[in-house]
Design a protein around this ligand. Structure first.
Ligand code: PEP
Ligand code: MG
Length: 324
């Protein structure tokens, strides 16, 4: 087993019949990047930047942020890096921001919804990201997007920041914009957003929560909060198809991406990358190498036609037994 895993430590993710599916890492602090690459990551699919803003009395400066983003980009040495802008609010408060008391924080004032009020703060993050792009391409990802106005607002802000930096004589490199798809309505703006964004990443943790109307932290509804409900799989397949048709790169960075059960389905849907916690990467790459695209497509079709969560899981487990 050890030698098998060694064989998959530095190769690129692909199925038995050669369909590429890159395995990226989720990280939460800049320091994690180099160890993620040592553990076989082909890129960083989600750098959650909240930690940078937490446990302090005020927001980090542009300069402090720049140092961290640069560190990650340099560790990547040309590999893809996706950095998510601040995803605060809901269950993640910040002591130095005024957060309203809310009855339903998960349905309330959070992430991109707070950006206009705290524009100076988000501007400093975008400026730091754009400045870091001179050391390697930066993919800027916006959390919790629910409508087209938010995409337009952010796109414009990025362009303004770039113009500002240029006017100041600062060099910026290549950067791209993308959104998390974690609010179901985002599925219906992809065609319209295609001119403004280059990629999406499915936030299956929140997307499941909002699709099933089911609090991700509430154990009482834990059985409903599951990404393998047939309706959710069908919805994912629809998002994937829409993104592919619109020419938008497609990834996933929620917990579902770590799950071996999801792997054949995501391959069938045509995902370009899946992003997971780095200790799982090599094993998933070995799993992927067992799969054949056509049989995964057949499985996806069958799964979408099933009536229940249990049937879906049983069907996928049976599928994996046949691979061994
Ligand atoms: C998600 O919602 O799936 C996601 C990756 O974001 P977070 O878990 O940080 O909300
Ligand atoms: Mg989320």
């Amino acid at each position: 087993k050890t030698s098998l895993l060694t064989a998959y430590a530095s190769s690129k993710g692909q199925s038995k019949d050669g369909r590429a599916l890159s395995l990226y890492a989720n990280i939460a602090v800049g320091l994690e990047a180099s160890s993620a690459f040592e553990r076989g990551a082909e890129g960083i699919g989600l750098f959650r930047t909240e930690m940078l803003f937490m446990d302090r009395d005020d927001a980090p400066s542009e300069e402090q942020q720049y140092d961290v983003y640069r560190e990650v980009i340099e560790a990547a040495a040309g590999k893809t890096v996706i950095i998510r802008t601040l995803d605060i609010g809901g269950d993640k408060p910040l002591p130095y921001l005024e957060m309203p008391e809310e009855e339903n924080p998960f349905l309330g004032y959070r992430a991109v919804r707070m950006y206009p009020q705290y524009q100076h703060m988000i501007e400093s993050q975008i400026r730091a990201l754009l400045r870091a792009s001179r050391h390697g391409e930066v993919n800027i990802m916006i959390p919790m997007v629910a409508c087209m106005e938010e995409v337009e607002w952010i796109h414009q802000l990025c362009q303004q920041c770039e113009a500002q930096l240029t006017a100041e004589g600062r060099v910026t490199g290549c950067w791209r914009l993308g959104i998390m798809v974690e609010v179901p309505s985002a599925r219906y703006l992809l065609e319209k957003a295609a001119g403004l964004i280059d990629f999406i990443s499915i936030g299956s943790n929140d997307l499941t929560q909002y699709f099933m109307a089911c609090d991700r932290g509430n154990r009482q509804v834990g059985a409903l909060y599951d990404s393998f409900h047939p309706g959710f799989i069908a919805f994912l397949a629809e998002i994937a198809k829409t993104a592919k048709t619109a020419g938008i790169e497609l990834g996933i960075c929620g917990e579902m991406a770590s799950d071996k059960r999801a792997l054949p389905l995501l391959l069938a849907m045509g995902f370009d990358e899946i992003s997971l916690s780095s200790p799982n990467i090599i094993q998933r790459r070995a799993d992927l190498a067992q799969l054949e695209y056509a049989s995964c497509c057949k499985l996806l079709d069958e799964v979408c036609g099933l009536a229940s969560l249990d049937e879906v899981k049983a069907k996928i487990d049976q599928f994996w037994q046949q691979q061994d």
